[in-house]
Write a protein that binds this ligand. Sequence first.
Ligand code: GLC
Length: 444
Amino acid sequence: MLTTLLLSAFLGLSQAPLLPDIEEGIKGYVPTAEAVAAKEQFRDEKFGVFIHWGVYSMLAQGEWVMYNEKVPYETYSTYPGGFYPSRFDARQWVRQIKASGAKYITITSRHHDGFSMFATKASPYNVMDATPWHRDPIKELADACHAEGIGLNFYYSLLDWGRDDYPRGDGNPKADYAHYLDFMCEQITELLTNYGPIGCIWFDGDWAKIKKPEEGQPLKVDFDWGYERIYKLIHTLQPSCLVANNHHRVPIPGEDIQIFERDIPGENESGYSRTSHVSQDLALETCKTLNDNWGYNLRDPKWKTVPDLLRTLVSIAGRNANLLLNVGPGPDGTIPEGSVTRLAEMGEWMAINGESIYGTRATMLKPQPWGVLTHKEGKIFLHVLEMPENGTITLPFTLKVKKGAVKAFADGTVLPFKKGKTDFTVQVPQDADCSIDYIIEINL
Ligand code: GLC
C-alpha cells in the first residue's frame, strides 16, 4: 500500500496537490471543461512545428529586419507589392511537417511588422488585399491541416511597428490603445471564426512594454494590454482554444499554456525569462529554432543536428513540456531544404520511439545527470541521455515489478534490476548507445 502511495505520488497521479500553490497569478481563472480537455490533449501531443512567414521572408534576414535595418514603415509597407510566393503549397507544408511526428502547427498570422498574413477586414494591410498574390495562405493551411488531421494554432503579435494607433512609446500623436485593442479583437474574432477549430492563440510582444527592473527589485507591469477582454473573447468564441503568451513572466489569469522562449523550462539559458517559475497547472511549451533564426535568413548556417534536436525534445518531455520547433519558409513559399530533411529524420526516430514520448507525463523525479523520465499507463520510461556512472541508475523509490519487467525499448532485451527497500536499481548495458536517447521501459 505504502509502495503504491509513494509510487502514485511520485508519478504525479495523486489527487492531492503535490506542491504548494505558488501560482498566485493564475488564481481566479477556472478553465472550462473544454479547455481542460484541450490542455490534456496538448500535453499528449508533445511536439509541434512553428512557422514564421511573412513579407519579411523576402528580405531573408529574419522577421526583425524592418526594425534591425531601420527600414521606414513607408518603405517597408510597399514590399507586399512584391510578395508572390509562387511555390506555396499548403498541403506540401503539412505533409513535410507531419513527417516529423509533430502533432500541431503554430503559424504567424501577424508578426511585429503588423502585416496580416490572412484575409482580414480590419485592415487593408494584409496578404489578400496588399499583394499581387491575392491568396489567403492561412485559409489554405487551415484546410490542409483539417484534411490531414494535424492541429493548427495562431501566433499573434501584440505589438505593431507600423500602425498609428499602437502606442510605440515614441510619442506618436495618434496613439490610441483602446482603438488598437478593438482592432486586435476584431482580428482575433476573424481568426477564430473563419478557419475552423484552432488549438491555441499564441501571443508575443508583451515584453515590449516591460522595463528591466533594477537589480533585486520585483518586476512591475504597468501597461494594461486588456488581456481580460482578449482572453475572454478567445475562450468564448472557441472554448477549447487555449491561450498562450510569450511574456516571459509568471502566468496570469486566463492563460492555459506557459511559454519558454529558447529555453528548457525553468533554466533560463536564453536569458529572456523574467521568472524561474514553472507552472504546475498550465501546460508548458518551449519554442526553439532549427538554426538561429525564426524568420527566413539566408546567412544563418547554424543548423542544429538531428540528435541534438531529438535530445532537446526528450529533455523537454521529461520536464512535462512540449517542443515547438521553428521553420522559416522562404519568399517562394517553400520550407528550406535543411529544415525539411531535419524534420523527416526526426520523424523517422519518432515513428519508432514516439511511444515513450507522446501521451506521457513527467514524473516527480527531477531530471537526473543521466537523463529524464516519462510515464504513462503502467509504464515508466527512463531516457538515458548520458551513460551513468558504472552503468547504474538508482531511482529513489522502490517498484513492485515482476521478473523481466525492465527492458531495452529498442529490442526488448531484458535488463537486470535490483529492488531495494527504498530504491530501485537498473543496469544499463555497457554498449548502450546514448548518442540520442537509450530508452529503458519499466512495466509496472
Ligand atoms: C521573440 C521574437 C519574435 C519571435 C518570437 C518567437 O519574441 O521577438 O520575433 O517571433 O520570439 O518565440
